[in-house]
Each structure stands twice: as structure tokens, then as C-alpha cells.
Design a binder for this molecule. Structure first.
Ligand code: N7H
Length: 519
């Protein structure tokens, strides 16, 4: 990544809803799935007033202030500043229910028109993750017209806002709540998901939004290890990544590609949103990791890190770059948090600054680890070297997930029965090219990442990598944890229990929909 050409772009942040480019990042979130009645548009006009104050410009400004307070040593900045955000996205059925003309509706891409239930076969929702086993509201997508997201720093502020926006005459006349799904971060382990791992560390950097922040002055890098991508990968109407590059260039192509376009013209500054309700069986996951640890004679910390690619603290397992001299793995695994340097988990200048190319056989970070399957960085992909990294950067997502359900309390039989998991949300310019591509070609593909030496008759790996050991929807997989040992059986404890595809329009498009004006 030695290129030094700077590239800037103006992004209309006031026009773009805040959870896409900004990221709400709140402790409390209400997710209201709505069905429109005939007067749905009048309510859209009303709620757009709220959404105008929850643009990406508003959210980014707030998040910057919040981070500045943290840097000054304030432990709980939400006791000094807080905000409540509101965003809205429509399913294709919802746009239809609002009376968007058929010629425009047909212009949307097939993935969005078909919806998540219809695409279950493509994204691998089978067995207990199949739509027949989803929660009732998601079994009948014709009733899910919109997703209203309300997010807040404090539970009382969230409750008040939800009350305010759902008690108006226009809401009662135009909308019905089909399903309400609360999200709440783990207050016992802030920033960690229910299996115990720190989440939300690695996100793509967006040009025109995230400033270059690289100590060696590379204008194409955000935080060290975070490539800056063209905003059109996530929002419509802007330059995109180019999927190939000069073979001598190290890193993704920094030149701007064509502007992203999808659906009718009024989709500019909009983004496609995937919502997925993923249940996690935490006691079963814990039991499996301790059984695997005794079988392999390693610590539970290390087996967890091998499955995910990061220790629970967030420290990447791939951290040789920071070891002085040639790295030798310790003969006894010191375990998390003493593995390597615990600061790797929290320090944004360290915790994402790694690649996989020097560890092609997965000796340190298994080729099957969740973060390696879901974002292979400089890994050779089926698109083939030397363009792999440029191509990989056309399949990134802005993840905006939040846990749901109370954390698991060991030895409490009632706690084991609680429904808990992750509400997985992500934004992109095309669901097929981003979320679905990751599911289909990487996460669920047992041969991904490919063995780059196999074709030359000297394979690096003893077997195929296997499915993603954390999120693959088949009950278990043969997973390659050690390149020179036979794969091991890993059971999977994440189950899809519902979801839908949405489109999050620009704020001016929302205004025009509400006012019943031509789009
Ligand atoms: Fe994953 N986990 O706790 O194990 N994820 N994820 N994910 N995930 C990541 O780097 C997890 C899910 C991605 O940039 C971390 O920010 C769980 C889906 C991507 O290096 C952890 C669930 C999809 C990344 C988890 C779940 C992805 C990522 C490390 C479900 C897409 C960034 C924290 C219950 C189809 C990789 C971090 C990168 C990171 C976990 C779901 C994708 C700890 C438990 C459905 C792209």
C-alpha cells in the first residue's frame, strides 16, 4: 500500500441518513417493523422531520465530540452529551404499499425485490436457519413494509422518543407496528457481543468521510490497516472501487471507479440495508470451546481466537508485524489478555494493522477464522492474484449491529434459556455484491480461501478451510484450524431467526415521498 496519490470527494452528508455513513453506535436501539395503511405517506412526511436531524452529518459530528471526550479521559461521555437518532428504510413491499409507480419499482435490483426470505437459498439459510423456522413476522414479508430505527444513549430517552413518534394521529392512521425488536449493548462488557468477543473494531474507511490517519502519511489509509474506499461502495451516486489494478501495485486500486447506481434516479444518497436477527446459543458455544481446548491441548482463549481471528479482548491473533525480530510463537500460550500486547484490542493504531498474505497457510490465523472469511484483506481470492485485494474491496460492508437479550450468566439455569444474539445490520450499494457475496462465496464456501499452491502440486493446506466456524448456518463443519493437521469438527451456534432487505433513501427523497411529489 505504498501509493501516495491523494484523492478527495465531496459527500452530501446532510442528505444521507445517519446510520449508514455515521453509525449510531448507541447502547439502546428500538427496531420497529412497520406495515403501511393507506395514509402511510402522511406519516412518512411527519417522521422525516425527525430523520432530518439524524443525518450522517449530525451523527458524525456527535460521534467526533463523543470520541474527543473519551480522549480527554471522560469515562462515560454519555453523562455529558447524548443524542437520540431516528432513521427509516423501506422494503420493496413497502415502496409498493406507498404507491411508488410500478415502472420505478421494477427498476430496483432483483435481490432487493425478492427480499431475504426469497433469497434464503442463496445466502445459505437452511436447516434451523431456514425461513420456516423464523419468527412469525418474518415468515410473511408481505407485511413488513419498513424498518424504523430509534437509537439512544439512555433507555429512558429511547422509550420517550419511541412513545412520541408512535403516538401521533398520523402514525395511528398510517402505520401499524408488526414487530418490535429491542437491541441493547452488553452493559456488563461494553463493546463485546454475547460469545464474549469485542466487536465493531474493523470497518472500511470511507473517502470524504474518514480522514487519512496513517503515521507514514499514506493518503489512501484511514487508521493503520484501514484502506480508504470510495463512498459509492456504500451510498448510491458516488465513485466506487475498481476491482483490478496494476499488477505491481500493492493494495487496492486507489483510482475512482464509476459512480454507483441502482434502481431509479432518486435513489442517489440512499443505501441498501440488510437486517438479520441472529440467535446465539452461548452456553453451548462455551461448552464447545472448552471441549475443543482440552482435545487440542490449548487454552480456551486460544481456540476462541483461532475460530474468530481475534482474542476476546479484540487483539488480533495475526500480530507478528509488531514483534521485534522474527516472530516465534510462545511455546505455552499465554492466553488473552496477555497474548502479545493487550493494547492491541483497544488501540486503533494497532488493533487493525495486519494482513494475511504472509500467513498464507494460516499457521497463526486459521484460513477459516471468521474475520478472515468475512474480510480476507490481501488474501488470494478466486478472482486471482494480483487483483485479489482490489476485488475484495468491492465486497465490503458497513456493519451496524447491536446485541439483543440479556448476557449469559454461568450456572444460572434460567439465563441459559434466554433468547439472545446479534441484530446484524449492514449498509452497501448492492446487497448481491456485498452481503450476499460474503455469505455465498466466502462464509459458506468450504473451499474459501483457496489454497494458492494447490494448482502447482504443492498444497499448503491439508484440507479445505471449511465453513465459517462462527456464522455458517449448517449445524457443524469440518474446519481447518491447523494447516498441517486434519480438520476438526466445529458445531455452529448462530441461528438466523428472521430478517429482511431494505432501502434507506436520502432525506430529500423521503421528503418527496411524504409530500406525494414526483420523485
Ligand atoms: Fe462478524 N463474533 O463475535 O465472532 N465478527 N459476527 N459477521 N464480521 C467480527 O473486527 C460475529 C456476522 C464480519 O474487517 C468480529 O470488528 C458474530 C455476519 C466482518 O477484519 C467478531 C456474529 C457477517 C467483520 C465477530 C457475526 C459478519 C466481522 C471482530 C453473529 C457478514 C470484519 C470484530 C452472531 C455476513 C472483519 C471486528 C474485518 C468481524 C463476531 C455475524 C461479517 C468478534 C458472533 C452475518 C466483515
Amino acid at each position: 500500500m505504498s501509493n501516495t496519490r491523494a484523492a478527495t470527494i465531496d459527500v452530501e452528508l446532510d442528505e444521507i441518513q445517519g446510520n449508514s455513513l455515521g453509525g449510531f453506535n448507541k447502547d439502546y436501539q428500538a427496531n420497529l417493523f412497520l406495515r403501511f395503511r393507506d395514509a402511510g405517506r402522511d406519516w412518512v412526511a411527519e417522521i422525516t422531520n425527525e430523520i432530518s436531524d439524524s443525518s450522517s452529518a449530525d451523527v458524525i459530528q456527535f460521534n467526533n465530540q463523543f470520541s474527543a471526550l473519551r480522549r480527554q479521559g471522560v469515562k462515560n461521555p454519555e453523562s455529558i452529551i447524548s443524542a437520540v437518532w431516528v432513521n427509516l428504510a423501506f422494503s420493496w413491499q413497502g415502496l409498493k404499499a406507498l404507491g411508488i409507480p410500478d415502472a420505478e419499482l421494477q427498476n430496483f435490483p432483483d435481490d432487493f425485490k425478492t427480499g431475504m426470505k426469497g433469497r434464503a437459498g442463496i445466502i445459505g439459510d437452511v436447516g434451523n436457519s431456514a425461513p420456516d423456522n423464523w419468527l412469525d413476522p418474518f415468515k410473511d414479508p408481505a407485511n413488513i413494509h419498513a424498518l424504523l430505527i430509534v437509537a439512544a444513549d439512555h433507555s429512558q430517552e429511547l422509550a420517550q422518543k419511541v412513545h412520541d413518534v408512535t403516538r401521533t394521529a398520523k402514525f395511528n392512521a398510517g402505520v401499524e407496528v408488526v414487530f418490535s425488536q429491542p437491541g441493547i449493548t452488553r452493559l456488563d462488557q461494553p463493546g463485546h457481543e454475547h460469545f464474549g468477543f469485542k466487536d465493531g473494531i474493523s470497518q472500511p474507511g470511507v473517502r470524504g468521510v474518514d480522514p487519512p490517519d496513517d503515521p507514514i502519511g499514506n493518503p489512501n489509509q484511514g487508521h493503520p490497516g484501514q484502506d480508504l474506499l470510495w463512498p459509492g461502495e456504500f451510498v448510491l451516486g458516488y465513485a466506487t472501487q475498481i476491482s483490478d489494478t496494476d499488477p505491481n501495485f500493492d493494495g487496492p486500486n486507489p483510482e475512482p471507479g464509476d459512480d454507483s447506481k441502482s434502481g431509479p434516479d432518486w435513489t442517489k444518497n440512499g443505501s441498501y440495508l440488510v437486517f438479520r436477527r441472529l440467535r446465539q446459543d452461548v452456553p453451548a458455544f462455551n461448552q464447545m470451546t472448552s471441549e475443543l481446548a482440552s482435545k487440542l491441548k490449548i487454552s480456551t482463549d486460544l481456540i476462541g481466537a483461532k475460530l474468530v481471528g481475534r482474542y476476546k479482548s479484540g487483539a488480533p491473533i495475526e500480530q507478528r508485524k509488531f514483534q521485534p525480530g522474527p516472530y516465534t510463537p510462545p511455546s505455552v500460550d499465554p492466553g488473552d489478555p496477555n497474548a502479545g500486547n493487550p493494547a492491541f484490542g483497544n488501540d486503533s493504531s494497532l488493533n487493525n494493522n495486519f494482513e494475511f498474505g504472509d500467513d498464507a497457510d494460516g499457521h497463526f490465523c486459521p484460513v477459516s477464522a471468521h474475520i478472515r472469511k468475512a474480510y480476507p484483506r490481501d488474501e488470494v481470492t478466486p478472482d486471482g492474484a494480483p487483483h485479489s485485494e482490489s476485488s475484495t474491496q468491492t465486497h465490503r460492508i458497513l456493519r451496524r449491529g447491536i446485541p439483543y437479550g440479556a448476557p449469559f450468566v454461568p450456572h444460572d439455569p434460567d439465563s441459559a434459556k434466554v433468547d439472545r444474539g446479534l441484530l446484524f445490520l449492514c449498509y452497501q450499494n448492492s446487497i448481491e455484491r456485498h452481503f450476499e457475496y460474503i455469505q455465498r462465496n466466502w462464509v459458506n464456501a468450504t473451499t474459501f480461501p483457496p489454497d494458492d499452491k494447490k494448482a502447482q502440486g504443492a498444497p499448503n493446506l491439508l484440507a479445505d478451510p471449511g465453513p465459517d466456524p462462527i456464522i455458517a448456518q449448517v449445524p457443524e463443519g469440518e474446519t481447518l484450524i491447523d494447516p498441517k493437521a486434519p480438520p476438526i469438527k466445529v458445531q455452529h451456534f448462530v441461528q438466523t431467526t428472521g430478517g429482511e432487505y431494505f432501502f434507506s433513501p436520502s432525506i430529500s427523497a423521503l421528503n418527496r415521498i411524504g409530500a406525494n411529489q414526483p420523485l
